[in-house]
Design a protein around this ligand. Structure first.
Ligand SMILES: Cc1ncc(COP(=O)(O)O)c(C=O)c1O
Length: 380
């Protein structure tokens, strides 16, 4: 039977593993190891390698992304670190220039040391993508929309370019989630998630995923995950599983609230520019409409000056001034000193990540309350 997306958020395809109790909430197998009855008959071995709660979570996430495989990691960064372990010294990564600062740090400070070349490209320009491909490009990595400038990249077009040159395309789908966008159906090879965000959804756990169809690559990634010990612990697997049960309801509601907040911000005299991919004036609006069914609940905006941005961060009462995104609580982030502090200065300036830029993750609070809080926080 083919269940709808909303049903699969709650049930997945089927239970990966079930014991006699038939508990409705999938059990937390809080164990380091598993006993065996006979040599060669072991279903599970050791929780760094495999665990029923993790397996259940991986099946649900794979199902939501319309994938054959999902691998759960201890964080989004652990997932991206495993992804780049597919590469060898001398290989080249072509990646979107606007992306989460931790990924930039990984590429610049770890991959470079390991002999992997990286170039940062404006992937909203397909001619720039084409021109930046090298004979040794093995991986193209994009966030769409990107963090924090909300740039939209054409996934199908990038997949065509990557594949024509023998490279894999990985797409970070953290911001839109499979509720709104399924990159594998658009030709991407691997989907990356920071599960710490919308998938778990309650600002209470850190997790990450790689999701894909190619079984041979999935086997290599599982080998890397078990070898480097980056798997997600059973309790955190359960938290993400529980969060996923309401994913579809949460993100659609958050999107509706985000649209109301965008209307307020656009009219506010102390706000200079609003970056939200659901507004027809956004440069990526059409491409996003063509490849996603929604625009999500992430908004970046620029205040008229630094003083206003600092004041807003200090004065928010309901909204929390904090890193992260995608949870039930609304968070206001200052990318310059938080999420993107380690992006090299010239790139940060080029992208416009400056002292006036704020990023808002719209939570599940009442829309009017959020508008009230933001408005009072911006005022002198
Ligand atoms: C788009 C995106 N990808 C990946 C990551 C890294 O995920 P984690 O914090 O779970 O390691 C983040 C973290 O903020 C992110 O925003």
């Amino acid at each position: 039977m083919e269940w709808s997306f909303d049903t699969r958020c709650i049930h997945g395809e089927a239970h990966a593993y079930q014991d006699g109790a038939r508990s409705v909430s999938f059990p937390i197998y809080q164990t380091a190891t598993f006993g065996h009855s006979l040599i060669g008959h072991e279903q599970f071995n050791y929780s760094r390698q495999d665990n029923p709660t993790r397996l259940q979570l991986e099946e649900v996430v794979a199902s939501l992304e319309e994938a054959k495989e999902a691998i759960a990691f201890s964080s989004g960064m652990a997932a991206v670190s495993a992804l780049v372990e597919l590469l060898r010294p001398g290989d080249h990564i072509l990646c979107g220039e606007d992306l989460y600062g931790g990924v930039t740090r990984l590429f610049d400070q770890v991959c470079a040391k390991n002999g992997i070349e990286v170039s940062y490209v404006d992937t909203t320009s397909l001619s720039q993508v084409e021109a930046s491909i090298r004979p040794n490009t093995r991986l193209m990595h994009v966030e769409t929309p990107s963090n924090p400038m909300m740039k939209v990249t054409d996934i199908q077009a990038c997949a065509r370019i990557a594949h024509a040159h023998g490279a894999l395309l990985s797409v970070d789908n953290t911001f839109l989630t499979p509720v709104f966008q399924r990159p594998l159906t658009l030709g991407a090879d691997i989907v990356v998630h920071s599960g710490s965000k919308y998938l778990s959804g309650h600002n209470d756990t850190i997790s990450g995923f790689l999701v894909l169809n190619e079984l041979e690559i999935a086997d290599r990634l599982r080998l890397i995950a078990k070898t480097i010990g980056a798997a997600l612990a059973p309790f955190d697997c359960w938290l993400v599983l529980r969060g996923l049960k309401t994913l579809h309801v949460r993100v659609r509601h958050q999107e509706r609230t985000a649209k109301k907040i965008v209307e307020t911000l656009e009219k506010h005299p102390l706000v200079r520019e609003v970056y939200y991919i659901g507004r027809p004036g956004h440069p990526g609006y059409e491409v996003n409409q063509s490849q996603a069914t929604g625009s999500g609940a992430m908004i970046s905006f620029r205040t008229v000056d630094q003083e206003t941005a600092h004041r807003a961060l200090k004065k928010v009462r309901l909204i929390t001034f904090a890193e992260s995104l995608g949870g039930t609580e609304s968070l206001l982030t200052y990318p310059l000193t938080q999420t993107h502090c380690e992006v090299p200065g010239p790139l940060r300036e080029k992208l416009g990540i400056d002292e006036t830029l704020l990023r808002l993750s719209v939570g599940l609070e009442d829309a009017e309350d959020l508008v009230k809080d933001l408005t009072q926080a911006l005022e002198k």
